[in-house]
Design a protein around this ligand. Structure first.
Ligand SMILES: Cc1cc2nc3c(=O)[nH]c(=O)nc-3n(C[C@H](O)[C@H](O)[C@H](O)COP(=O)(O)O)c2cc1C
Length: 396
């Protein structure tokens, strides 16, 4: 994704400037051509020589330092960039960018830029929460700049709160996502993820091992491909991604109602949640008291959401997931037919290193015509992109 991409990395003078070194290195390793511009304050934190060695390119810091008389450096560098990343972005540079001030190399270049700009603020939590900074960040958003929300944690200044620059791996992932082809632009994609929770009483419930990682990876991939994504989810073991409409639910019934309300307007619906097949027939409003001897809880069947959608679908592409522990292919093909779905993604959850909770997955994708393709073990993120490429082909 990053191979041969021209990225201008603008480093301003915050304590997190050192993290920009690792970012430069990782982007270069991923094949990008990284050119680094620094403010005078940034040079107080990290020397030019470090960025020069890591990027293998000269460093830009002074507007009047021009080496090639045939070009104006601050214009040429943005004209030849695919993406500009400001990381870390100080409160100062954010304020200058928001107000069109052009008094150093970075601010002058960005004012002349036509390519996308990503800004990753990093500062003391009180600086970040100051109304001036919040307003300036909103202004940058109104220019179409993408703002990466800073992380929360221990800050170098001793405060605990928002203001941390994300780790370089996360920044690389966000930067790479800019180059994902926008094959799902203007498409509405609804994804369900995670387990459901079926209450027995106010403090006890029936649930399952689903982490929601696969559904969240699909939501992120669909978002990066330009789709308008709704994520209907049970309790997740991973954070809800930015840039999607997330709706938290608990029971299978709530998930059914939430999905049905939105079904008509969707182009693709992917049911990757692990919905309970059964729920307690009686839900106690008070904590159930201990009984001496065995306790029997009567269960009743829940509504099969995928089957319900299969009977209601008009133009939607419907995708189901099957978690099987035996006879994967036979069960998957039967489910595909019974539930009137367009694709069925079958995974073998009996293997401990893939499927539920794991970061990796390996699946067999079945199409409605009965044909299938095996997608080998890979990260759920990569798999999500591959699956969506198949789903896109199936769109009516
Ligand atoms: C030790 C130290 C750490 C600093 N860390 C930050 C920071 O994390 N974020 C920030 O916005 N400013 C920070 N500042 C303040 C900026 O360096 C200062 O506002 C400067 O004018 C920014 O210039 P620039 O935006 O041109 O790089 C720090 C200053 C010092 C001395």
């Amino acid at each position: 994704m990053l191979n041969d991409r021209n990225i201008l990395l603008c480093v301003s003078g915050g304590i997190a400037a050192y993290k920009a070194c690792a970012l430069t290195s990782k982007l270069v390793q991923a094949g990008a051509n990284v050119r680094v511009a620094m403010t005078a304050s940034a040079e107080q934190f990290v020397g030019k020589a470090t960025f020069q060695a890591l990027s293998r390119n000269p460093i830009y810091s002074d507007v009047f330092e021009e080496h090639d008389p045939t070009k104006i450096a601050h214009i040429d560098v943005v004209d030849t960039s695919d993406l500009i990343v400001v990381a870390p972005a100080t409160a100062n540079i954010i304020a200058k960018l928001a107000n069109g001030i052009a008094d150093d190399f970075i601010t002058t270049s960005i004012l002349a830029a036509k390519c996308p700009v990503i800004v990753s603020p990093a500062m003391n939590v009180n600086m970040l929460e100051h109304p001036a900074t919040r307003r300036n960040i909103e202004t940058l958003k109104s220019y179409g700049y993408q703002i990466i929300e800073p992380g929360v944690g221990n800050l170098a200044c001793g405060w605990i709160g928002g203001g941390r620059l994300p780790e370089s791996e996360d920044l690389v992932r966000i930067i790479a996502s800019q180059f994902v082809p926008k094959h799902l632009l203007e498409k509405h994609v609804l994804i369900t993820a995670g387990p459901t929770v079926e209450r027995i009483d106010p403090v006890r419930f029936l649930s399952n091992d689903s982490s929601g990682k696969m559904g969240v990876a699909l939501a992120e991939a669909a978002r990066d491909m330009g789709a308008n994504v709704t994520l209907v989810h049970g309790p997740l073991q991973v954070p809800v991604p930015d840039g999607v409409t997330a709706i938290a639910v608990e029971s299978g019934q709530q998930m059914l109602e939430t999905v049905l309300e939105r079904f008509a307007t969707q182009d693709i619906v992917i049911k990757s949640a692990a919905v309970a097949d059964y729920r307690p027939k009686t839900v106690h409003t008070e904590k159930h008291k201990k009984v001496h001897g065995p306790l029997t809880i009567e269960l009743e069947e829940t509504t099969d959401i995928l089957k319900e959608l299969g009977t209601k679908k008009t133009h939607q592409l419907l995708v189901g997931f099957a978690a099987e522990t035996e006879q994967l292919e036979d069960h998957a093909r039967a489910k595909l037919e019974r539930k009137n779905v367009d694709f069925l993604v079958a995974n073998d959850v009996s293997k401990r290193d893939i499927g539920f909770r794991s970061d990796d997955n390996e699946v067999v994708l079945f199409r409605a015509d009965g044909s299938s393709v095996r997608l080998p073990r890979q990260s759920k993120q990569r798999l999500a992109h591959e699956l969506l490429a198949y789903f896109k082909e199936g769109l009516r």
